[in-house]
Design a protein around this ligand. Sequence first.
Ligand code: CUA
Length: 151
Amino acid sequence: RSEKIWLALSFGMIMGFMIFTGYQTFALEMGPPSAKETIDPQKVDETAPFDKPGVKQVGENEYEVVMTLQAFSFNPAKIEVPAGAKVTFILTSKDVVHGFEVAETNINAMVVPGHIQRITQVFEKTGDYLVLCNEYCGAGHQMMATTITVK
Ligand code: CUA
C-alpha cells in the first residue's frame, strides 16, 4: 500500500514541476523580447518610432509610449497618461540590457538592445508610478529610474 502512496506522491511532484515550468515559460514571455521585432541598436535615434520618443494618442482611449533606454536613463524622462486608457509601451535599449519595472503593476520586462519590447497596460489609479531598471547595467544602475504620471 505504501508503494501506492509513493507513486501518487511522485506523480504529484512531477505534475508540480510541470506546472512550475509552464508558469516560468509563461512568466518569461514578458522577458525575452520576440525575435520578430528587431532594430539596429546603433541607429535607434534614426529608426521610427524611436526617432520621436514620447507619448502619442493613437485611438479614442489608446496611447503609445515610445521610449529608449540607455545607461542610466529613460527617454523621455517625463511620461503622462490618462487613467483608464490603454497604454502600449514600445521600448528598446541603445546599449546594454536594461529592465523596465513599474511599481504597483505587473510590468517587469527586459529591454534588450537590438529588440523592440511592447507592453500594454491600463492604469486604473491616478498617481505617480515609479519606473525602475531592474537589470544590472553598470555603475549607475541603481540611479536609473523615472516616473509615469497617471492623471
Ligand atoms: Cu539600466 Cu540597470
